[in-house]
Design a protein around this ligand. Structure first.
Ligand code: UDP
Length: 319
């Protein structure tokens, strides 16, 4: 297929673009490099450095694309609470423009990066796609708003659409990994301690109602996530908007993640217990049963050590 990948210079977008190329697809990456890195665009992809809204009508109109994988987004939870306007414009308004460009060009397929943050504080875990969607920050709210818009476009205009709700994406693949200028995620921060770029990892809260008192999250390997995108593209149907949660179905606590990083890096990691971080739910674990059943998705890297080992290999190769 010929595919447009928005945000293909970012973490998940670059890995997915690399896997699409490996599978023989033709890939055009559009990314304004506001948070991505030009050298994260995989070799073999055509790269258009631009705001997707400015170039999507021409690119899609001229190019006979079979589909769009839409990763470009603002994704910092804290920033979304402090400056929601950036998220409503950057995520919602821009995606509406992209949907219009796709409609005008007759682009048939869309795979959208949605998020577990659309659910907010869960009533029960594991979280299924039927769980109530009550986002607790603007990031999750904007992704949910886009999911609703996509449903309308699928129903009215025959778009074949899939939203993939990622839980905690981690790991690396083919030399592409997580390297945000503003890093907030646990595994890359712990690995920064291992390389000496950070003195210690702060453990946000040790009084949560969990076995060791620290928060539990569902870490999913970025390579497994890429597989789900391919399956979504292959199985989507015109007029349908399907939504799938993607996680391992297994949770790991902050302390378990730090212990895994110690095993993989081979040394102690300095950690300091501090107050809870505002807005953190105690436990987030996905039910991915629907993706397994309907997409035929099968995560291959399910242990925390495998995920951390690939993240560590990437970190060591760069720093
Ligand atoms: N966390 C932590 N210290 C950090 C960063 C994160 O203790 O420096 C915790 C955070 O409170 C959460 C878990 O690690 O319980 C995963 O956080 P992350 O920001 O990676 O992902 P989130 O689940 O918030 O999307």
């Amino acid at each position: 297929m010929k595919l447009l990948v928005t945000g293909g210079a970012g973490y998940v977008g670059s890995v997915c673009a690399a896997v699409l190329l490996e599978q023989g697809h033709e890939v055009v990456v559009v990314d304004d490099l506001s948070t991505g890195n030009a050298d994260a665009v995989p070799a073999g992809a055509q790269f258009v450095e631009a705001d997707m809204v400015e170039v999507a009508p021409d690119l899609l109109g001229a190019g006979a694309f079979d589909g769009v994988l839409h990763f470009a987004a603002k994704s910092l939870v804290g920033e979304s609470v402090a400056e929601p306007e950036k998220y409503w414009r950057g995520n919602v308004v821009k995606t509406l423009e992209l949907l219009e460009a796709m409609r005008a060009a007759g682009t048939p397929r869309l795979v959208f990066s949605s998020t577990a943050a659309t659910y907010g504080e869960p009533e029960s875990v594991p979280i299924t796609e039927e769980a109530p969607t009550r986002p607790t920050n603007a990031y999750g709210a904007t992704k949910l708003a886009i999911d609703h818009a996509i449903t309308s476009y699928a129903t009215a205009h025959g778009l074949a659409a899939t939203s993939l709700r990622y839980f905690n994406v981690a790991g690396a693949y083919a030399g592409f990994g997580e390297r945000h200028a503003t890093e907030t995620h646990l595994i890359p921060l712990v690995l920064q301690v291992a390389t000496g770029r950070r003195p210690e990892i702060l453990v946000f809260g040790t009084d949560w109602p969990t076995p060791d008192g620290t928060c539990i999250r569902d870490y999913i390997h970025v390579r497994d996530l890429a597989d789900a995108h391919l399956l979504a593209l292959q199985t989507s149907k015109p007029g349908e908007h399907r939504i799938y949660n993607l996680g391992n179905g297994t949770g790991f606590s902050v302390r378990e993640v730090i212990a895994s990083c110690e095993r993989i890096t081979g040394g102690p990691i300095a950690a300091r217990d501090v107050e809870r971080r505002a807005g953190d739910p105690a436990v987030l674990i996905a039910s991915s049963d629907k993706a397994v059943t309907e997409l035929g998705w099968k995560p291959q890297h399910t242990t925390i050590d495998e995920i951390v080992a690939d993240a560590w290999e990437f970190t060591r190769s760069r720093f």
